[in-house]
Ligand binder design. Structure first.
Ligand code: FDM
Length: 212
């Protein structure tokens, strides 16, 4: 290969675990150490599909549950060509939420199987590493009140956490649980070490397909 590809690194976790803070710090640290890295987040609210999702999350519109699940997935697929292009250019992508949030949040609603929820995301670029920022509901509560968006309640977040635990049993995905109850710098150091290893391991590997 003339150009080593970048790694696809995903941060997942329940609300208040510090995903966004840690994604920003990781991109900065990778760039400071001379690596090419960029951040992405899902949902990507700026596209047409993303705007529908945004309005739903802000409780400004209602969408049927299957429909919104498919929109979240479509929002990842519409970014897929750009993600692949960047990875192939050697840019590592640090992604705040991905298909795992998609499955965990919808399957926490009544009447949704994990399998049905996973189907639309099958074949997306497979992350080289998924770090799950682990934080117990009581620790999350100590970090302050939830916001006003849809899903921001303790009861729902507990159900989501259980679904993430089921997803983490799937050994076809490289999961790493990170103890997010520690201070920001310790969590960051841990995340950075795992990411540097993942970037090295991904360099000469083709991009995989998720859940296939
Ligand atoms: N969410 C996020 C889903 O329900 N499905 C998805 O596929 C994704 C990516 O949207 F409540 C939920 C999870 C969270 C909300 O919030 C997005 P943030 O604050 O933008 O991460």
């Amino acid at each position: 290969m003339t150009c080593r590809r970048g790694a696809l690194i995903v941060l997942e976790g329940v609300d208040k675990a510090g995903k966004t803070t840690q994604c920003n710090k990781l991109v900065q640290a990778l760039q400071d150490s001379g690596q090419t890295a960029e951040m992405m987040k899902f949902p990507e609210r700026t596209t047409k599909i993303g705007q529908l999702i945004n309005s739903y999350l802000e409780n400004k519109s209602n969408l049927e549950d299957h429909t919104v699940h498919l929109l979240f997935s479509a929002n990842r697929w519409e970014l897929m060509p750009l993600m692949k292009e960047k990875l192939e250019q050697g840019i590592s992508l640090v992604v705040d939420r991905y298909a795992f949030s998609g499955v965990a949040f919808t399957s926490a609603k009544p009447g949704f199987s994990l399998d049905w929820c996973m189907n639309p995301d099958k074949g997306l670029p497979k992350p080289d590493l998924v770090m799950f920022l682990q934080l117990s509901p009581s620790e999350a509560a100590q970090r302050g009140q939830f916001g006003t968006e849809r899903y921001e309640t303790t009861v729902f977040q507990k159900a989501v956490q259980q679904k993430f635990e089921l997803l983490m049993k799937d050994s076809s995905v490289k999961w790493q649980v990170i103890d997010a109850a520690r201070n920001i710098e310790d969590v960051h150091a841990d995340i950075k070490n795992h990411s540097v290893d993942a970037i090295k391991a991904a360099e000469n590997e083709p991009i995989g397909e998720l859940w296939k």
